[in-house]
Design a protein around this ligand. Structure first.
Ligand code: PLP
Length: 370
């Protein structure tokens, strides 16, 4: 079995799991007795450490149930302050951004991606209006791994009052995520993409940014997110972030080696393929490959039977794959959008595992072409 779907989710790191098993963070952090105070202290320690990692202050870090919630909090929290606000995003965002925007009574401009997988910043500049309140753009695309030109985007927005929301879910642990460097007003992360637990994440919110809360309740998270805090998972998120940060160079270099080995082996094989997007602009752990004539659904099923776990971009609905919205933005309507597979790697993978993926692909392609 080879798991090559680390952009979908990662297994929990051994040290994170061990720490969580040792301490269940029992008290209610809002209680004033000792058990409550202990839990509160743990949460605030985690918040301080995380804030340092992000170059933020601890009052700017809010814990969420993951990036879907974080993205909803950021987008709805801004948009709900206005009547039919103008918002700019891209066609290649995650569903938690796209479907949130679609559900709002907002005037939304969707920027297209170029064939390299990145947006054109001039188009962003041309789309900006005086009344634009929010620009929501991901740092690393989850299907292609391509990084958006965030510094140019930041520059384009420097004279404008629109807030910048960055979905950095696929970036953390693979590259520096410093909220000041990125010029983020809002930024979202999720623990389960970085060897932490599922169901926990965070929203960074610059201290001057006002949001309308999504979940009202007992006033937790400075009244921005009601509900008893998940002490245990918050500690898990914090540990995973510290580990990812400490090992960032080692991990990302290993991921790049794996990607290079994978591409070299594919090139040496008889399999025809094209990389989707510009591999030189992509994060270390994701590669998306077009296999001409091979439907992704067929390929994924055959790979699965060979014990290889990969994925196509779009969610599987009733067993059929929709063409990827990301690839459709990049290449227009094309067979390519249904014939592409995402492989996403971990620093933990071995050379043998990478070889096994290519061997399986050769076998499947051989049968397909016969
Ligand atoms: N944003 C991106 C880019 C993602 O890849 C994901 C993962 O599925 C999400 C948001 C959603 O994160 P979560 O699973 O924490 O809700």
């Amino acid at each position: 079995e080879v798991y090559a779907d680390y952009a979908a989710t990662t297994p929990m790191d051994g040290a994170v799991r061990k720490a969580l098993l040792e301490d269940d963070g029992f008290g209610n952090p809002s209680s004033i007795h000792r058990a409550g105070k202990d839990a509160r202290a743990k949460i605030e320690k985690a918040r301080r450490g995380i804030a340092q990692l992000l170059n933020a202050s601890s009052s700017e870090v809010f814990f969420t149930s993951g990036a879907t919630e974080g993205n909803n909090m950021a987008i709805r929290g801004v948009a709900n302050q206005y009547v039919r606000p103008h918002i700019i995003t891209t066609e290649i965002e995650h569903a938690s951004v796209l479907n949130t925007l679609r559900s709002l009574d907002a005037d939304v401009t969707y920027l297209q991606a170029n064939a390299d997988g990145a947006i054109d910043v001039d188009e962003l500049k041309n789309s900006l209006r005086d009344e634009t309140v929010l620009v929501s753009i991901m740092l690393v695309n989850n299907e292609t791994g391509v990084m958006q030109p965030i510094y140019e985007i930041q520059e384009a927005l420097s004279e404008h009052t629109a807030l910048l929301h960055i979905d950095a879910v696929q970036a953390y642990g693979h590259m520096r995520v410093d909220v000041k460097e990125l010029g983020a007003d809002l930024l979202t992360l999720s623990a389960h993409k970085m060897y932490g637990p599922k169901g926990i994440g965070l929203l960074y919110k610059h201290k001057d940014v006002k949001l309308i809360p999504l979940i009202t309740g007992g006033g937790q998270e400075k009244e921005l997110r009601g509900g008893t805090e998940n002490t245990m998972w918050i500690e898990g998120l914090s540990l995973a972030m510290h580990q990812a940060s400490d090992a960032i160079t080692r991990r990302s270099i290993r991921e790049m080696q794996i990607k290079e080995q994978f591409l070299n082996l594919l090139t040496q094989s008889d399999i025809p393929f094209e990389v989707n997007g510009d591999v030189n602009k992509s994060a270390s752990h994701i590669i998306n490959i077009h296999f001409p004539f091979a439907e992704a659904e067929f390929m994924l099923t055959a790979l699965d039977m060979a014990g290889i776990h990969a994925s196509a971009g779009s969610a599987c609905q009733a067993g059929t794959l929709n063409p990827s919205h990301v690839l459709t933005s990049m290449y227009g309507e094309s067979d390519r959008n249904r014939q592409s597979i995402r492989f996403s790697f971990s620093y933990m993978m071995t050379d043998e595992e990478v070889e096994a993926i290519v061997t399986a692909l050769e076998d499947i392609y051989g049968r397909l072409m016969r």
